[in-house]
Ligand binder design. Structure first.
Ligand code: ARG
Length: 635
């Protein structure tokens, strides 16, 4: 199912359809507890929390959360457990454990409830259409709109670790909001403007080739950029040296005319100055200058699109620094001046955040001496333009923590310049850096190289099992997917704000909580179904009462948690919440294969176990695709 189809089928669901078995149990328990603790059931629903491990029950009530005066929680827990109606109850049992009351779903009930629910709702299981509705009472008003800005590489510069993380996390955040009922606009804000594009264009005139550009645009532009930057850096040495001497002489009150005369031609002839002139002609929208620049941009986007497709990501908008309108920038500069937020300093214009109660944000220049705007200025205009254009309810910027100060300045300035209603809707998801993304061949600069390197390793691993390898119709494609899974799972494993060490060895291993392990769990379920010749369409008639083993019960209890895990992830915005669950569930699965065999069992039992496994496969699939992975059926 495509994402749109998924979103559509979700929007036709009503509140009652919300597919969350835990919700059902929560309400059931709350209603029975209500007369015992003398509190309305709806207040109790919120107090029933899910458990980290199933031995602590399926849901639990921390007695302290009831805020009853003068009670000892462990004693009270005993009382509540004793008073909870048990004899005629076929749905849950409970027991006291210290200051908690633990509730357990009755095995046959949870199995009969959750497996058919998953088999009938399929991809929708775990999605939650309510949070993103503009008004749940008035669904016709539609969904809330979110802009997620992520990836945002700089044309002609390397696609580095920071961009990779932004891409992976941003892709996940977009899917998470879509799954929770929001209309999502995926935006790529390219670094495609500034003096460095003047430098690049001049470099291209000297070293560029249209042929190479067509063949491998990103690498070629990078190569040109490196060459011309080197020349510029060499020229900078004597220029900076002279400038320094002039400054020193001036301080001493000495005559600098001779030195300045010496400096003048060096500057005038420098690549830096030529770049400035070229960029000026871009700012003035001179057709010749714009044509070359546009060609660079378009070709780079074509290339990026192919790479993004491998990561299951498609952007709705390729925005960029170049597309922020000069009028909006002028407007922003004017407002900031009028409101005395900005000030002049040595010909430039800056904001001193200490004067606006935000000392931590330091100072930021928003207009250079020569009148040109900066990165921050474009963002300040961009945030307003985006709000006008998309009228979003929320906007998330997924950017590395190196730009925390920048984002703080952006939001603060937007707030104090009279747009608090906009800055309040914006969030910066800040992530830590990746270290050591280098291969035996040296540090990699481009995402494609990283994927290729991991892919080669995956290929080696796959070839080791020759029998399986021979069965693959498209080994290349599988290796590609496994490589991408390995990279993404590694990236999504820790807390977003923490950085991590890029570890080729570990991420490609089939042991431990890695991407290949997760793919293997999915492929193994597919293989069980294939070997049993399962007719997935007929599983709804399976006799689930045959599933009596503890392994089957625990697996079903774990599957029941999935929608809660998604809801929780929506609150934490942490992909690790999903991953941790998927790994735990996969471990439960792998320990049940010996006990719950399919091939060789009686037909009825076989059918029941297949229903359980298919439900597990569906949940794995749902979780993996939410993370942006492509589950494989063979590997
Ligand atoms: N292109 C920038 C960089 O590579 C990231 C852009 C982040 N987004 C923003 N709105 N400033 O550093």
């Amino acid at each position: 199912m495509t994402e749109n189809a998924l979103a559509n089928s979700m929007s036709t669901m009503s509140t009652q359809d919300a597919q969350n078995p835990v919700d059902f149990y929560r309400h059931h328990i709350a209603e029975r507890l209500s007369p015992i603790v003398n509190k309305p059931a709806q207040d109790l629903v919120k107090l029933l929390s899910w458990t980290q491990t199933l031995d602590k029950g399926d849901l639990m009530l921390p007695v302290a959360a009831l805020r009853e005066k003068g009670v000892k929680p462990p004693e009270r827990a005993e009382e509540l457990a004793a008073a909870f109606p048990a004899d005629d109850d076929v749905l849950v049992t409970c027991k006291a454990n210290g200051p908690y009351v633990q509730f357990y779903y009755k095995p046959n009930d949870v199995i009969a409830r959750v497996i058919p629910m998953i088999l009938s709702t399929k991809q929708i299981y775990g999605s939650n259409p309510i949070p993103g509705l503009r008004d749940p009472q008035h669904p016709e008003q539609g969904k809330k709109k979110i802009v997620v800005e992520f990836s945002s590489p700089n044309i002609a510069k390397e696609f580095h670790q920071g961009h990779l993380r932004s891409t992976i996390i941003g892709g996940f955040i977009s899917k998470l909001y879509a799954l929770n009922g929001w209309e999502v606009i995926r935006m790529n804000y390219l670094g495609d403007w500034g003096k460095q594009y003047g430098l690049l264009a001049n470099g291209f005139r000297q070293f560029g080739s249209q042929e190479e550009l067509a063949k491998n645009s990103i690498a070629h532009l990078f190569e040109v950029y490196v060459k011309i930057s080197k020349i510029k850096a060499e020229q900078d040495v004597p220029i900076n040296d002279l400038k320094k001497q002039i400054r020193e002489k001036k301080q001493k009150g000495e005559d600098t005319a001779a030195l300045e005369k010496e400096l003048e031609p060096l500057v005038a002839e420098s690549e830096d100055e030529k770049a400035r002139r070229y960029f000026k002609s871009m700012e003035d929208k001179e057709p010749e200058a714009m044509k070359l620049w546009k060609q660079f941009r378009d070709l780079s986007i074509d290339k990026y699109k192919k790479t993004y497709a491998r990561l299951n990501i498609e952007f709705d908008i390729y925005a960029g620094e170049s597309l922020v309108s000069p009028e909006k920038i002028d407007e922003v500069l004017k407002t900031l001046k009028e409101k005395n937020i900005s000030e002049e300093s040595e010909g430039a214009v800056l904001i001193d955040f200490a004067k606006h109660g935000a000392k931590k944000l330091n100072k930021a220049i928003i207009q250079r001496k020569d009148g040109t705007p900066l990165y921050l200025t474009r963002d300040l205009a961009g945030i307003l333009e985006r709000h006008e254009k998309y009228n979003f309810d929320k906007m998330i910027y997924v950017i590395a923590d190196q730009q925390n100060e920048h984002n703080g300045q952006l939001f603060k300035t937007t707030e104090i310049s009279g747009h608090k209603e906009i800055s309040d809707k914006c969030q910066h998801i800040s992530f830590g850096m990746v270290k050591g993304m280098s291969t035996r061949r040296g540090t990699v600069k481009f995402l494609d190289d990283v994927i290729q390197h991991v892919k080669d390793t995956m290929m080696e691993v796959m070839r080791k099992n020759d029998k399986k390898y021979q069965q693959l119709t498209e080994p290349e494609k599988i290796a590609d997917i496994l490589a991408i899974t390995a990279i993404m799972v590694q990236d999504l494993t820790g807390k977003v704000r923490n950085g991590y060490e890029f570890d080729f060895e570990r991420m490609t291993s089939f042991e431990g909580d890695t991407g290949p392990y997760l793919q293997y769990a999915h492929a193994r379920l597919c293989s069980i179904e294939r070997k049993a010749g399962a007719d997935l369409g007929s599983l709804s008639s399976a006799d689930l009462s045959l599933l009596n083993e503890q392994h089957a019960i625990d697996l079903a209890r774990s599957l029941a948690q999935y929608p809660e895990v998604v809801t929780n992830t929506y609150k934490t915005q942490e992909p690790a919440t999903i991953l941790t669950y998927l790994f735990k569930m996969s471990h439960a699965l792998s320990s049940s294969y010996d006990v719950l065999q399919v091939v060789g069992s009686e037909p009825e039992l076989m059918q029941a176990r297949l229903a359980l496994y298919e439900a597990a496969r569906q949940v794995l699939w749902n979780g993996m695709t939410l993370l942006g992975l492509t589950p494989v059926e063979r590997m």
